[in-house]
Ligand binder design. Structure first.
Ligand code: NAP
Length: 328
């Protein structure tokens, strides 16, 4: 039996997206002193979801719409706090492990100690790194339709990407303008079939496959784009007038802290876990978009968080010598 004492929390959760908030609730309900570190608003990427239509049970009542990502995140946050989880609105900057204790250095200068950690730090957007992208960010280039779409009502809008985000966001924009062009570098979408079919049958959206965005041009704001389409007789470059470019090229996991502590990552940089969400470092769990997983959804993140907190509780019991026989 290992003795642990003199720590700030049983469980520290890094990140308050759906995975972290779900873990916070399950950790607190399991009577763990649970601290959540979050540098932005609770909700993470879910805050950008206009209508969370595919979360099981989130159907809306009495003919109303399903809750938005913001409403859903507020409810998750309140629920976790009601069960006793505590939130510190600071980022985690460094993690060290000494014996059975993790030491987390926060952006506010705190050092917090706990025997178990759940990394639920999510992912950040991937950029295209093409000329004009950085220069025109906020001046026609955007990564969030709900945030910036209303500035481009009735305008020509180019959407880039072939995943669920590109399809979802193109559909959102098609309510604001009937001049949406969606380009994707391959000959078919990666997005779920339902979302792809909605885009393909939307009269406001023109889809061009095998097409890449090479450059974003303009003066004070975006006015043109240079795109390249792979045709039967080779690549064809075209300069087109556009007022806005919305880019949805996927995400990069925020796993620097996991790498720093020696947790094993997959070839794309996501944290490898077993079915209990445990990483290769004892006591260090991962949940949600940072975790190596075949399907990234809010429901998966929430499930990951619940499993991670439950299994972290069993791990802590093991350290304290009050274990219950595990059945997995
Ligand atoms: P994603 O599934 O990784 O798709 C990213 C898209 O961007 C891919 O089509 C990719 O092309 C393209 N791309 C990447 N780099 C590019 C580049 N340099 N130039 C041009 N295109 C590039 O990312 P996502 O759509 O943001 O979705 C992330 C996760 O969230 C997914 O697991 C998704 O299922 C989930 N999500 C779900 C929903 C929903 O259920 N309603 C909504 C949004 C997101 P390739 O196809 O060639 O790789």
């Amino acid at each position: 039996m290992t003795m642990i004492n003199n720590y700030d929390a049983d469980l520290i959760i890094i990140g308050a997206g759906p995975a972290g908030l779900s873990a916070a609730q399950y950790g607190a309900r399991a009577s763990l002193k649970t601290l959540v570190l979050e540098e932005m608003a609770p909700g993470g990427q879910a805050l950008n979801i206009e209508t969370l239509e595919n979360y099981p049970g989130n159907t809306g009542r009495d003919g109303g719409a399903p809750r938005s990502g913001i409403e859903f995140s507020e409810d998750l946050h309140r629920q976790a706090e009601n069960f006793g989880a505590q939130f510190i609105m600071e980022g985690a900057e460094d993690i060290k492990k000494e014996g059975d204790l993790f030491f987390v250095a926060s952006s506010g200068g705190k050092t917090l100690r706990a025997p178990a950690l759940i990394l639920a730090s999510g992912a950040k957007r991937r950029t295209l790194d093409i000329p004009g992208e950085k220069q025109f960010y906020g001046r026609g280039v955007s990564y969030c339709a709900a945030c910036d779409g209303p500035f481009f009502k009735g305008k020509r809008i180019l959407v880039v990407g072939g995943g669920d985000s590109a399809c979802d966001e193109a559909r959102y924009l098609s309510r604001l303008s009937d001049k949406i062009t969606l380009i994707h570098r391959r000959e078919r979408f990666r997005a779920q079939k339902t979302l792809a079919e909605r885009v393909l049958s939307d009269p406001h959206i023109t889809v061009r496959f095998n097409t890449r965005l090479l450059e974003i041009k303009g003066e004070a704001k975006v006015t043109r784009t240079l795109i390249e389409t792979e045709g039967p007789s080779g690549p064809l470059r075209l300069e087109e007038e556009t007022e806005a470019v919305f880019i949805f090229a996927g995400a990069l996991p925020r796993t620097a802290l996991a790498a720093g502590i020696g947790a094993e990552l997959d070839e794309s940089g996501y944290v490898l876990t077993d079915q209990s969400m445990a990483s290769s470092v004892p006591g260090f769990y991962a949940a949600g978009d940072v975790r190596s997983s075949p399907f990234r959804q809010v429901v998966v993140a929430a499930s990951d968080g619940a499993i991670a907190a439950h299994c972290a509780a069993a791990y802590i019991d093991g350290l304290k010598g009050v274990t219950y026989p595990r059945t997995f």
